[in-house]
Ligand binder design. Structure first.
Ligand code: NCD
Length: 335
C-alpha cells in the first residue's frame, strides 16, 4: 500500500507491510510528541479538521499531531455551524474545503459519508469515524498500543487472544480493529455482547474464513478468561433508535478490580477507545482499575498522537525529513 497522497477511508486498504511502516514512523515521532525536540516538517501546511459529530480525543489528537509536525489546523465543528445545515451537499463542501486545505480529517454520523466526501476532494481525506462503519486511525493506534503492551510480556500480535466487550453492533472501533487484526495469524477473538449487539455477521465470516478462532458469548466471565487483551467499549447510545433502547444494555458488562482479579489472567491488558461512560449506572470500566499497571487506556490515548503524526507524515511525504527541520524546545516541559 502506498501512503503518499492517498485517502485513508478504511482499514481494508492496509496490508502488513503498511502497518509495519506506520509503526516504525510512529516510533520516530516520540521525541516530538514528548517535547524533547521540535520539527517543522509541515511548516505552512493546513489541516482541515472537520468534525460533524462529538469528539474530544480524536479531534484534538489529530490537531495536535498536525501542530507537532509544524502545520496549522483549521477546525469546523458541528453540522449546525457549517453550510451542511443550509443544505449544502458533502460533495460541494469537499470541493470548497479541499481548495483551502492540504489534507482533511473528517468525522460524520452517516456510514459511507467520508468516502462520499473524499470522491470530490482534491486533497487526501482521513476518515475519523463514519457512523457505525469504520474508524481506521483508532484501529491503527489500538494495534500500535497492543504491540507495545504485549511486547512487555514478550508476546507478538500473531497468536494473540483478544476479548472485545460491549456494543459490537454499533461500535465502529471494534469493526475496524477486527478487520485490521484479520491480517495477522491465528488470532483468537472472543466477542462478548448481548445477542442484540453482536458483531456483524460479515465480519465474523471473514475472520473464520481466514482461519482465526471466533467465540461469541454474552457471559463476561467466559469472555475474560484466557485472553491477552480485553477491549472494552461504550454502549453507542447515539446510534440507537431511542435512549430507552440503549439504556436496556447499560452496565451489562462491568469491568472493575474485582472482575479483573476474579476472571482475568494477571498479565491481561485492559484497553478501551474512550470515552468511557462514567455515569453512575454505566458501570463499564471502573476508575478503581486506573492505577493497575495493565490498564493501558491512557497510554492508548497518548499513542493516538504518535500514530496520527505518522499518518500525516507518510501521506504528505515528510516521514524521512523530520530531523531536517528540527530545533530545540524553548519552554520548560512540565510533564
Ligand atoms: C470512539 C468513537 O468515536 O467511535 N471514540 C474515539 O474516537 N476514541 C468510541 C466511542 O465513542 O465510544
Amino acid at each position: 500500500m502506498e501512503f503518499l497522497g492517498k485517502h485513508i477511508l478504511s482499514v481494508s486498504q492496509f496490508d502488513r507491510e503498511a502497518i509495519e511502516k506506520l509503526i516504525t514512523v510512529a516510533d520516530r515521532m516520540k521525541p516530538y510528541a514528548n517535547r524533547e525536540r521540535i520539527t517543522k516538517a509541515l511548516n505552512g501546511a493546513i489541516l482541515g479538521n472537520m468534525f460533524f459529530e462529538a469528539s474530544t480525543r480524536t479531534r484534538t489528537s489529530f490537531g495536535c499531531a498536525f501542530n507537532r509536525l509544524g502545520g496549522y489546523v483549521r477546525e469546523t465543528v458541528g453540522i449546525e455551524n457549517s453550510a451542511l445545515a443550509k443544505g449544502e451537499s458533502l460533495s460541494d463542501t469537499a470541493k470548497v474545503m479541499s481548495g483551502y486545505s492540504d489534507i482533511i480529517v473528517m468525522r460524520h454520523p452517516l456510514d459511507g459519508s467520508v468516502a462520499e466526501f473524499a470522491k470530490s476532494s482534491r486533497v487526501p481525506v482521513i476518515n475519523a469515524g463514519d457512523g457505525s462503519n469504520e474508524h481506521p486511525s483508532q484501529a491503527l493506534l489500538d494495534l500500535y498500543t497492543m504491540s507495545k503492551e504485549l511486547s512487555r510480556f514478550e508476546r507478538p500480535i500473531d497468536g494473540m487472544r483478544i476479548a472485545m466487550v460491549g456494543d459490537l453492533k454499533y461500535g465502529r472501533t471494534v469493526h475496524s480493529l477486527s478487520k485490521l487484526l484479520k491480517l495477522f495469524n491465528n488470532i483468537s477473538f472472543t466477542f462478548v455482547s448481548p445477542k442484540q449487539l453482536a458483531m456483524p455477521v460479515d465480519i465474523i465470516e471473514q475472520l473464520i474464513e481466514l482461519g482465526h478462532n471466533v467465540l461469541e458469548t454474552d457471559n463476561l466471565e467466559t469472555g475474560l478468561a484466557n485472553v491477552d487483551i480485553v477491549y472494552q467499549t461504550r454502549i453507542q447510545e447515539e446510534r440507537f433508535p431511542t435512549k430507552e433502547e440503549a439504556n436496556k444494555f447499560r452496565g451489562a458488562f462491568r469491568i472493575n478490580r474485582y472482575a479483573y482479579s476474579q476472571f482475568c489472567h494477571p498479565t491481561t491488558v485492559i484497553m478501551h477507545p474512550l470515552p468511557r461512560d462514567s455515569r453512575a449506572d454505566a458501570n463499564e470500566l471502573d476508575a478503581d482499575m486506573d492505577e493497575h499497571p495493565n490498564m493501558a487506556v491512557f497510554r492508548q490515548a497518548d499513542n493516538g498522537v504518535l500514530v496520527r503524526m505518522a499518518m500525516f507524515a507518510l501521506i504528505l511525504g515528510v516521514d524521512e525529513k523530520l530531523s531536517d527541520y528540527e530545533s530545540p524546545v524553548n519552554w520548560t516541559v512540565l510533564q
